[in-house]
Design a protein around this ligand. Structure first.
Ligand SMILES: *Cc1c(COP(=O)(O)O)cnc(C)c1O
Length: 406
């Protein structure tokens, strides 16, 4: 660390320094073969990442947003159907829904995990929908169109409670697309199947982002879809490449949404380190949780016994979030907000007509969450500084409360 007195939110420099020779070698190989688009580096990464996720197929695409959009399109969700997701996600999740040609609706989250709450999904399908007499599908009262798919977001690196979601999806004929953009390597224990399942292997398809700051990040933009469905994989391969399976013979209109060969090569190098990096994050998370256990007013992340989170983010919760954020910034400790404003309250979605109070769990979480520094090379000393910073905030607010009481 260059400045021991500062704690950055994320350190992207250290891992690249450590792997510099191998990463430069990828670039050299691409230069020497001029293999920039497609080819063995893309295929190699797709094979390795499918194996990592325990899926049959992986299709590399240009970004996580592409991955979400192409997965929906390949599933046939293109004709104005309704797709459900949560309000506390990055806007890419809902951009993908609209851009595929579908309509967005939201379901509120579980207050402890911040992920899609299966009970609220059930409630939505039973009470906020009517039955279409012809297809038997659930029709959203809000959007007026059949509910075709649901996108559970594995937020902060922890998988949503998938058993309940999958059962409802089966019952009501919904496709499930996992937004696994923050959850490379996360696991979920399915009580129904009596085994641990990897993120990306549970839904009909799953979207991954390799944006540089993700647990597995490219040195630029990149993403992937994983699936066990060969037809779906073939459809996504067409969509990412202008609707062609054979060069210049276009079955459909597609997109320019391919995974760059240099990024694929870089990801293949980094993938070998992902399990180790995830373990480092898990150790650091356990350390934070132990350090903060006796600090009043701070709620640490909840990891149910059916979950193995990969801690893309370590998110605490407290009433006076803004004041703590300022206090830590004053001590040279960077923090983040994921996310400060739920999607239904964003200007971009004003036309959808939601109101404050529509998703109370997501709304109150948004005003109380704070993401602490979290990355594989985070040191014990840095974590200690964060702990001290939070403790000094607590004692200063107590003094102030005491003085106003007098
Ligand atoms: C990062 C992210 C995306 C989008 O990925 P890009 O590669 O930036 O397009 C989508 N959903 C979630 C939850 C993300 O965190």
């Amino acid at each position: 660390m260059s400045n021991p007195k500062r704690v950055p939110f994320l350190d992207l420099v250290t891992p690249h320094r450590e792997l510099e020779n191998e990463l430069v070698e990828v670039y050299r190989k691409a230069l020497h073969t001029a293999g920039f688009i497609g080819g063995p580096m893309v295929e190699g990464f797709e094979r390795d990442f499918a194996a990592f996720c325990e899926t049959k197929h992986c299709v590399g695409v240009g970004s996580g947003t592409d991955a979400l959009r192409f997965a929906l399109m390949a599933l046939g969700v293109t004709g104005g159907e309704t797709v459900l997701t949560v309000p506390n996600t990055f806007i890419a999740t809902t951009e993908a829904i609209t851009q595929a040609g579908a309509k967005i609706d939201f379901v509120d989250i579980d207050p402890k995990t911040y992920n899609l709450d299966p009970a609220k999904l059930k409630d939505y399908l039973e009470k906020q929908c009517t039955a279409d007499p012809k297809s038997g599908k659930r029709v959203s009262k809000r959007t007026g169109t059949p509910v075709a798919a649901v996108i559970p977001v594995h937020l902060y690196g922890q998988m949503a409670d998938m058993d309940g979601i999958l059962e409802l999806a089966r019952g009501y004929g919904l496709s499930v697309v996992e937004d696994a953009c923050q959850a490379q390597g996360a696991e979920y224990y399915s009580k129904k199947e009596n085994r641990w399942r990897k993120a990306g292997s549970v839904g009909a398809a799953a979207a991954f982002s390799f944006y540089p700051g993700k647990n597995l990040g490219a040195c630029g933009e990149a993403g992937a879809v994983t699936t066990n469905d060969e037809k779906l994989a073939a459809a996504i391969r067409m969509i990412r490449d202008h609707g062609q399976a054979q060069k210049y013979y276009h079955d459909i209109e597609g997109y320019n949404g391919r995974l760059d060969a240099i990024q694929a090569g870089i990801l293949q190098v980094k993938l070998k380190h992902l399990a180790g990096w995830n373990s480092r994050r898990q150790e650091a998370a356990a350390q934070y949780t132990a350090m903060l256990a006796d600090v009043d007013g701070i709620i640490t992340p909840f990891e149910p016994d059916w979950s193995r989170s990969v801690y893309h983010l370590y998110v605490i919760r407290l009433k006076d979030r803004e004041a703590l954020r300022k206090h830590l910034a004053g001590l040279g400790i960077d923090t983040g907000l994921h996310y400060p404003l739920p999607l239904h309250q964003q200007k971009a979605y004003a036309h959808l007509g939601y109101r404050t109070g529509d998703f109370p769990v997501a709304e109150s979480a948004a005003s109380e969450i704070l993401s602490l520094p979290m990355f594989p090379s985070l040191t014990g000393d840095q974590q200690h500084m964060v702990q001290e910073g939070i403790r000094s905030f607590n004692s200063s607010t107590k003094e102030m409360a005491g003085s106003t009481a007098r």
